[in-house]
Design a protein around this ligand. Sequence first.
Ligand code: FAD
Length: 487
Amino acid sequence: MADGAGPESRDVVVVGGGNAGHSAAIAAAERGRNVLLLEKGSRGEHGGNSYYTAGAMRVAHEGLDDVRDLLDDDERLASTVLPPYPAEYYARDMERVTEGRNDDALTETLIRESTPTMRWLYGHGLRFRLMYERQAYRNDAGEYVFWGGLHIGSTGGGKGLIEQHEAAARAAGVEVRYGQAVTDLLVEDGAVVGVLVGDTEVRASSVILAAGGFEANAAMRAEHLGEGWQHAKVRGTPLNTGDMLRAAISVAAQPYGDWSTCHSVAWDANASDAGDRELTNQLTRGGYPLGIIVNSGGRRFVDEGADFRNYTYAKYGAAILRQPGGVSYQLFDATTRPMLRTEEYDSPRVSVVSADSLERLAADLGIDETALVQTVTSFNDSIDTSVPFDAAVKDGRRADVVPPKSNWAVPLERAPFHAFPVTCGITFTFGGLHADTSGRVLDAAGDPLPGLFVCGEMLGGLFSGNYPGGTGLVAGAVFGRRAGSSA
Ligand SMILES: Cc1cc2nc3c(=O)[nH]c(=O)nc-3n(C[C@H](O)[C@H](O)[C@H](O)COP(=O)(O)OP(=O)(O)OC[C@H]3O[C@@H](n4cnc5c(N)ncnc54)[C@H](O)[C@@H]3O)c2cc1C
């Protein structure tokens, strides 16, 4: 990298080329900064977890008219019901799913900036759409009714998002180098003045860390999340191994947020140990609110209908990991099977066992036949069938068993029966670094560490225990943009 006249020098070095890193790099470059983005993955491994996403983005809005200008043309827009998702709903959701452990200032900034940041990305050529296939149901009038506070997605999902980010970064004059694993931070007189890539120095006035969490590091998972987490499957990139978290903490950055919990979901039990670049998020099994989940003892262990999937899916991976063998089975019958999302439940290589009776299903799965039949029978018998089923709202159609199923209870009674084996897939870790709302990394005394910024999964304090779906990408864009605007 050096030209013989000393180490290479830039205004801004961004470490990590996912959604947050690109947002930061574009924001710095549009202010005329000379920006170099260093990405650990080679081309073909690039894009971080952001590449694997569905591109779902949770933003505050006042209904369709408020966001129409951001959306691709679609003939379905004319018959779309898009309930407003005002800032106060967003704030309430963050507060309730994290049980109040979310940082107030970061949360307020995230929500306030969510839609303006989408507009800013749109101005840089990123494209968005309504997620009809995963966040809407059709009503009797044929309208598409959106639910769950999560409506907008990037055009082309995570793959499209990264492609569009790369084009925007090129257009803004950012230089991106792949296959560059940053190994350490350079510090002089208490200020961060650059990075090391092996033995090579790259100096910079500001370094922005956007290198993901430690979800792909089995030893760090066991250390921080607890025994057993080393066995979780990684849903996304294998490259987010906590390198920059460790490097920053070793130069006095303050760890922040909840290091003992993470985002993890029901994931195909036969998926490989790290993410699949072709199937990406299609290995998720998010249809459980329409069925029941049993463990290998044939027992239910969560309220599958506690809330919309967007508010439970990120914590149920941990519940599955705690079951014997770390596996469980999502059960559906001939009534509910057709309601499952094609993208996930009819994807290539989907793991499923089907049978014409519950006894046969139990035998094929190798689980206790009597226990399974008893679980299903008592579930079916306890459903309040006087309440109409409606998947687009929390319908209160409850099964009064232990644990209860609070909404969307449909008896499993029509053969064939289907069991989808699932395990725990870890998405990302919640613990990160302490920073102010401009992304300036703070030390233990709460003072900024000169020259060091953070964004994306590496920023601690937003989530704990659970997470409202679609917030990760928006948080990455909001705080990436802010870090890039300050660096
Ligand atoms: C399957 C899946 C589906 C998801 N779906 C959604 C969704 O629909 N909506 C949503 O909001 N969130 C979703 N998420 C979560 C989302 O991916 C993250 O919140 C977000 O992408 C994080 O962005 P980031 O830029 O911080 O990290 P990443 O996109 O992971 O980028 C980090 C980058 O840093 C690089 N890196 C790591 N170490 C180094 C190093 N030492 N030197 C240089 N580079 C380094 C990595 O290679 C990686 O490219 C999903 C995640 C997964 C895995």
